[in-house]
Design a protein around this ligand. Sequence first.
Ligand code: ZN
Length: 335
Amino acid sequence: MGSSSADEVVAICRDLMRFDTSNYGDDSGPGERAAAEHVAGLLTDVGLDVELIEPRPGRMTVIARWASSVSGRPALLVHAHTDVVPADEALWRFPPFAGEIADGYLWGRGAVDMKYFAAQVLAVVRARVRARRPPARDVVLAFVADEENGGRLGARWLVDHRPDLFEGCTDAIGEVGGFSATMPSGRRLYLVETAEKGVVWVRVTARGVAGHGSMLNTSNSIVALAEILHRIGVHQFPIQLTPTTRQFFDVLSAELGRDFQRRDPDALLDAIAPLKRIVGASLRQIVSPTLVRAGNKTNVIPSEASVELDCPFPAGPRGRAGRLGREVSRPGRDL
Ligand SMILES: [Zn+2]
């Protein structure tokens, strides 16, 4: 790729970052439609046909099919999401939606998740279409909304309502799945994603007796919730090797000349330190408290306190957590 395409990647990424495509889990995000229209413009600009899909006002996805020069081959899906998780501006060195360039970096929400990839795809496709270099197989380009809240109005919606758009696709390239890790030997392992973790969201509600904060109260819902949170926080779920993680660790052990120790997976995980957070999370059930709700006045003890738990479980059919998933999988269900 020449420098002009590289420059275009940065420019496109910057422009995309300036659309505040925060996904709040409802339809209140301000920017998905504007970002989608911008992406559509970048594609139609070079002569590609696009389809804009908007299951609910503002929740817009862009699809284009870039036709190949060779017939009869299966198609490839290349997809990115345009939404981002919300950003608290106070915590940012640069405003999250300004797309500032400083110290040789482009700063802002979406820089790594995942407007950079959308920008790379757009720049490459635009350069090749302009140079009249079609792909050797049809490429379906999808820039989807609503990934950060489960994709119900993005990828999921397309699968349920518009499978025709993916006609002939046998492979897909999307987010992540491709980090590399340098081994102590200097060799590089290229990780390929072979499975996805499942996820269960759970809401736990502790109930007590409401009352005035100045009175004796032995049934304070917040205290009860704190005990639950503490137990969750210190609990270590057992290691579960599913077929896909077992295979991964077989390769890693062979590379490092060291066995996988069920009781001490860190010995191997430390060798891939930058990826430890990700790979380590594939070995066991994770339960992360993410949202606590209780009370609305300093001198009133509330009758209820609740926590929402993000509970990803290991990929594969056999995990014990998979069973947990089936038992409590309705989001928002009280336990
Ligand atoms: Zn993402």
